[in-house]
Design a protein around this ligand. Sequence first.
Ligand code: GDP
Ligand code: IMO
Ligand code: MG
Length: 430
Amino acid sequence: MSNIAIVGTQWGDEGKGKLVDLLAEHADAVVRFQGGNNAGHTMVVDGEQFISHLVPSGIIQGKICFIGNGMVVDPQVLIEELDYLESKGVKAGPDRLKISEKAHLIMPYHKSIDHGRERMKGEKKIGTTGRGIGPAYEDKATRRGIRFIDLLEPEVLKEKVITILDEKNFYLKNYLNGEPLDGEAIIAEFTKYAERLAPHVTNISVELDQIVKSGQRILFEGAQGTHLDIDHGTYPFVTSSSTVSGNACCGAGIGPKHINGVLGIVKAYTTRVGAGPFPAELFDDIGDQIQSKGAEFGATTGRRRRCGWLDVVLLRNAARLNGLTGLAITKLDVLGGLKTLNICTGYDHQGTRRDDFPASLKVLGECKPIYETLPGWDEDISGVRKFEDLPENARNYLKRVEELTETPIQIVSVGAGREATIVLENPFNK
Ligand code: GDP
Ligand code: IMO
Ligand code: MG
């Protein structure tokens, strides 16, 4: 297949970064199409760990990387990331990292508002990453956002900042009890970012079109996960962008006929950071064991991730919403040592079985998981590189996931390193 999209199927942190890094070997370009530095994508190459928040995870493989128009970008974080990569010997200059002129900027007031709102919500907070994501997308939708193209036009930038800051400062001071911000300081700060980032800014839709026309291959890198999607997730406990594969087109500026396959990344169990319903959540020693063996702490905020059993209701929902053509199962090694494993195959809602994912949070909160129990395995599988070398019970677990989701497993990951992978079928070769 020429171009593929990689998306998270659960609530994020499925291991997208590892899979994008691995498969970028077969691609010529890698594009992020939504989200911002709420994402934390981890790659481990030759024992060294890289966490990227904004730069696509194909950068380590030396591929041309694109920041899509669908993203919201904190320029300070981007510059820090570029400097870090260069310091590690990874090329990240303007010929390697291109930024859409239409991508929106996360401004200092977006971060202040994100923090202020969460503080005011108290117990009822969403548990956002505090990076200003929601307020930035909000300004995009209300047509007051600031885009990279504005950075290149100093007079426009100045006028936009001064105009919007009046209202933002009023809201910050009088509603959120926060500190007002200084417009001149923001303009000076962003003028410096403009100088540094201008050479990266381009019309990426045109460049991607040329890549497609020359027969080269593109990998679209999703962030977050299907159940954090603004439309299809557990609203309002979601992020503010569309995380499903369809948005790879809008968020990069390319037509749907150019996406030929969609790989859904599935953690072998379920995790969630932040608040919101989670029917298969574990509150016992097994949950603690998975959390500690899986080192389940957020790559962006360091928060402890909530853990639970694999939930196939989520996966079937993700298969349909994204048009998944294959699955990559990650962190299978973490389940080793458990006597039995549960898979949530449906929900019991007040005595009635439900196989769909309810839109009502009230109903979802009342749903009890219906489990199917499979035998576990004791062996350490982190060194296994062939499917047939996995313990029989691990193979059976995977086969059952394949049956229940009606989607073929193409890749199994058994460790954080690039090499700790079993490739059953290369999604690019299908
Ligand atoms: P992403 O946001 O989807 O890219 O995922 P994160 O990087 O936030 O979280 C996944 C975590 O699991 C990272 O620390 C990875 O290094 C790690 N990881 C990925 N695949 C595996 C695996 O198969 N086994 C183990 N033990 N760790 C993995
Ligand atoms: P990756 O790409 C896991 C969650 C936050 C919060 C909700 C809204 O690494 O999988 P936001 O800051 O986006 O307004 O927060 O979404 N969230 C993530 N959870 N992985 C992520 O990204 C996430 N990005 C946002 O914890 O519950
Ligand atoms: Mg992550």
